[in-house]
Design a protein around this ligand. Structure first.
Ligand SMILES: [Zn+2]
Length: 326
């Protein structure tokens, strides 16, 4: 029984039980509170009898993210009533709209910087994080990340990252400290199983960049005559509350680009179960390094489509192409 998820859910149920019992005393008896208390008691009974989290129709496990959202859930997603199914679909569609509103413009120009991005969820909502911001000193910030897990729980964490980075960037901290604070906040406010890999960069009006790669895939720096990988120098954010991070500084030449992506691109698989891979991406990008961001992005996505040839998209996909035009 003692798996960490069950311990957590049991704690949540016990807290609810106590709150309901207190409410019944303080607010007086009510049919509604009694019914809720019966449901909580029944869930705790299921935990004690080893049948908690199993669908009452098919006996398969109920999806973990749904149990976390509602520990009283008794049916798997396949066995919701038509009414519940419709309500869930409406909720998800609304969540996807909220998420879409948080994204930066697909084409972004600031000073000598041009950025194009592509954001595509594998399901209805995505656990990828992508944002662009500017500060009052002529700097621009780019962030691309991937939250552990998928689906609604990951999308909720993505919105948390969005709010956190937006607030922290407005303070004007040095980049290392910015990431350290973000990591510490994320660690304190999420389950220990949740973390995020991400790349956060700051570009100046003179084409200098500072990049912190926190456990994410390598950033490809496309130069006129070669391609460089900017590898991770630290763990993902949120793994430990006291993590330290380091940044890499670079001076881009006019026409240089940075290519950022999530594993929805590099780890995409075709019908023969072959992986797309960073090497194939780097080869394609080096051949087309001089293209403007939107064209480079389109070339990458077309190549991925050719490679996948109709295989199902298994993971959230985000790609960002950033060019210093000078
Ligand atoms: Zn079921």
């Amino acid at each position: 029984m003692a798996n960490p998820m069950e311990v957590l859910l049991r704690d949540q149920l016990v807290v609810r039980q106590q709150k309901l019992e207190t409410a019944l005393v303080k607010l007086g008896d009510s049919a509604n509170l009694r019914q809720l208390l019966r449901e909580v008691d029944a869930a705790l009974d299921r935990l004690n009898n080893g049948v908690y989290g199993l669908c009452e129709v098919c006996h398969d496990p109920v999806e973990t993210d749904r149990l976390l959202a509602d520990p009283l859930e008794r049916f798997c997603i396949d066995h919701l009533s038509p009414h519940e199914q419709q309500a869930l679909e409406r909720d998800l569609a609304m969540a996807a709209r909220v998420q879409a509103e948080l994204l930066p413009k697909p084409d972004f120009v600031f000073g000598g910087w041009q950025v194009a991005r592509h954001y595509e969820a594998a399901g209805v909502v995505s656990g990828d994080y992508c944002d662009l911001m500017t500060d009052g000193d002529g700097n621009f910030y780019f962030i691309l990340g991937d939250v552990s897990g998928k689906g609604v729980a990951a999308a909720m964490l993505m919105t948390q990252l969005h709010a956190m980075f937006r607030s922290l960037i407005s303070i004007g901290l040095p980049l290392e400290q910015l990431i350290e604070r973000a990591s510490s906040l994320f660690c304190e406010s999420t389950l220990s199983t949740h973390y995020a890999t991400l790349v956060c960069g700051k570009g100046s009006r003179a084409g200098e960049v500072e990049i912190c790669n926190a456990g994410h895939l390598p950033v490809l720096w496309l130069r006129r005559d070669k391609i460089e990988s900017i590898e991770a120098t630290g763990l993902p954010i949120g793994v430990f509350c006291e993590e330290k991070f380091s940044c890499r500084k670079a001076q881009l030449a006019p026409g240089d680009s940075l290519l950022l992506y999530t594993d929805g691109l590099s780890e995409a698989r075709n019908s023969s179960d072959e992986e797309y891979g960073i090497e194939r991406l780097a080869k394609l990008a080096s051949e087309r390094h001089s293209l403007p961001p939107q064209s480079l992005l389109s070339a990458c996505l077309e190549d991925l489509k050719r490679f996948s040839a109709g295989a199902r998209q298994g993971d959230d996909l985000t790609v960002m192409s950033i060019r210093w035009a000078g």
